[in-house]
Design a binder for this molecule. Structure first.
Ligand SMILES: C[S@@+](CC[C@H](N)C(=O)[O-])C[C@H]1O[C@@H](n2cnc3c(N)ncnc32)[C@H](O)[C@@H]1O
Length: 256
């Protein structure tokens, strides 16, 4: 296992709050789902927010994630849906670098930076090979990830200051967080640290640190990984049919 899951296991419930999806993202996935057809597989599905949107289109969707807690949240969210949608969604606790289903999918995707959970080239290639194996001959694989921008770093560091405190929906405990990022010397890895300030029922605070490491990959690195694993990839930006104006989010559309 290559992932550092502590942040997701302890505080994954805040994910949808800090990284809400917007209409452009919803439309992007829905359009490609209609184009590619089902069944659909999401890698690193987290709280399952995209799974329910795509199930609404009538497809069978499967989400795989390594964090039991993220899957627990996904299960709770999906449990609130009407039975006809709920029955279309399958959650699997597994590793996206090593999975084996006995069927192929029309659409496979990995959304919102989740590919950057895979730190080593070995893990990245292993994931893409598994995707290739599970993708139907005319299927599509989507990978969306933020374009790395060194200009936002000062002396190789960047910090997102303490957030307002928000309440854990299950325990009601108030939690705020800050995030620190540091580039490795060769600028190939991002060393990150989430620090959470947790206020207990008596208002006493304690800190929990969740370090993580994430690879720094650029367009050429992704294209090289796709070529090595047998994919042709087209690059769009910002969930739009936009190739020429370089945007913040790289949206790769891959086929065999
Ligand atoms: C950024 S969050 C997921 C967000 C989800 N894609 C979305 O857009 O809502 C990243 C997820 O990757 C999962 N993850 C990290 N490494 C993984 C691995 N090797 N296999 C499966 N899931 C993994 C984490 O548990 C976490 O839920």
């Amino acid at each position: 296992m290559t992932a550092d899951l502590k942040r997701y296991q302890l505080f994954g419930w805040d994910y949808d709050h800090f990284r809400p999806l917007n209409e452009n993202e919803f439309d992007w996935y829905k359009n490609f789902a209609r184009q590619a057809g089902g069944p659909i597989l999401e890698l690193a599905c987290g709280t399952g927010r995209l799974l329910s949107i795509l199930a609404e289109l009538g497809y069978d969707v499967t989400g795989i994630d390594l964090s039991s807690q993220m899957l627990k949240i996904a299960k709770t969210n999906i449990g609130k849906l009407p039975a006809e949608l709920k029955n279309k969604i399958t959650l699997v606790n597994g590793d996206i670098t090593d999975f084996d289903f006995d069927r192929q999918f029309g659409l496979i995707y990995i959304a919102d930076n989740s590919f950057r959970e895979l730190c080593t080239k070995e893990a990245q290639v292993s994931c893409l090979k598994a995707v290739y194996h599970h993708l139907a001959p005319k299927g599509l694989f989507l990978l969306t990830v933020m374009r790395f921008d060194f200009s936002s770093f000062v002396n190789c560091k960047k910090e997102i200051p303490w957030s307002n405190a928000i309440a854990d929906p299950v325990s009601g405990t108030k939690v705020s967080r800050k995030v620190e990022f540091k580039l490795s010397e060769n600028k190939k890895l991002l060393n990150g640290l989430y620090t959470y300030k947790i206020f207990d029922a008596q208002g006493i605070e304690h800190l929990e640190e969740c370090p993580f490491v994430s690879p720094i990959l650029h367009e050429a690195d992704y294209q090289a990984l796709f070529a090595e694993t047998g994919f042709k990839a087209d690059l769009f930006y910002d969930y739009k049919d936009q190739k020429d104006i370089v945007g913040k989010i790289m949206c790769f559309v891959c086929s065999k």
